[in-house]
Design a binder for this molecule. Structure first.
Ligand code: C5P
Length: 237
């Protein structure tokens, strides 16, 4: 599957800033947006409600990681918010991921949100992984191991670099989804992202969802930037 809308990372600190940003889009266009910790901890669940009322689909990116019972209860609450997609850290273990799914299923009163896992954060270096987490070997092997654990737990997929997507599909299945940030249209600012790929390359590598922040949020004309990225992602150029 491929979600044809790029997910826009709403990395803003307040609802007011989001309103200002979304005013640049046609009112009747349904977007897929990502709410992360920064915004959620400022504005709370009301921000999810607000964006849903505007007709948008939500990826609630809170990366839960705790004991299974706590994660299950938290996910029950998240399911009630009616988000489309949410996530946990695969490092929490298979049992925790299963508990997360259980909470989502029990808490939802409609469509059960899709659950994906973060494998190794892209901010983690191989050296850090080897020395601090005491996981030997290379980073990709750990990413693939976590992807397999997530699949075993019944999750729908993982957050990963587009560069890892084809290896992950090979180790899991075509249906196991790869959601990939670190997307930059050619010629744009890379910012603090290190390993970036274009929307077209992400598609070629087998990404199922792309998450795009600054190339849209910081653009002079965000709607134009969004449309161009969407076109490239859908192979329409
Ligand atoms: O602005 P930019 O396109 O780099 O934003 C990417 C978004 O994806 C940010 O919200 C960032 O936190 C998130 N993200 C990421 N890399 C990951 C996981 C999430 O860039 N591995």
């Amino acid at each position: 599957m491929q979600e044809n809308r790029p997910i826009i990372a709403l990395d803003f600190a307040s609802k007011a800033q989001i309103e200002q940003f979304l005013a640049k889009f046609p009112a009747d266009e349904s977007l897929f947006v990502k709410i992360g910790m920064e915004l959620f901890y400022q504005e709370g669940p009301a921000i999810v409600q607000f964006l849903k009322e505007q007709g948008h689909d939500i990826f609630l990116d809170l990366k839960l990681h705790d004991i299974p019972n706590t994660v299950e209860k938290a996910m029950k609450g998240i399911a009630k918010l009616g988000v489309k997609l949410t996530n946990v850290h695969a490092a929490g273990g298979i049992q925790m991921m299963q508990a997360a799914l259980k909470g989502l299923t029990e808490g939802s009163n409609g469509e059960v949100p899709m659950l994906i896992a973060v494998t190794q954060l892209t901010s983690t270096s191989q050296e850090q992984m080897n020395q601090e987490q005491k996981i030997p070997g290379d980073l990709l092997a750990s990413v693939i191991n976590y992807a397999k654990c997530s699949q075993q737990a019944g999750l729908a997929g993982v957050v990963c670099s587009a560069l890892e997507a084809s290896a992950i599909h090979q180790a899991t299945s075509d249906a196991f989804v790869c959601l990939t940030p670190g997307i930059r249209p050619s010629g744009s600012q890379v910012g603090d992202q290190k390993r970036v790929v274009t929307p077209a390359l992400a598609k070629a590598y087998g990404a199922n969802f792309i998450v795009v922040g600054r190339p849209i949020t910081q653009a002079v004309n965000p709607y134009e930037a969004y449309q161009a990225i969407k076109k490239e992602w859908n192979g329409e150029e």
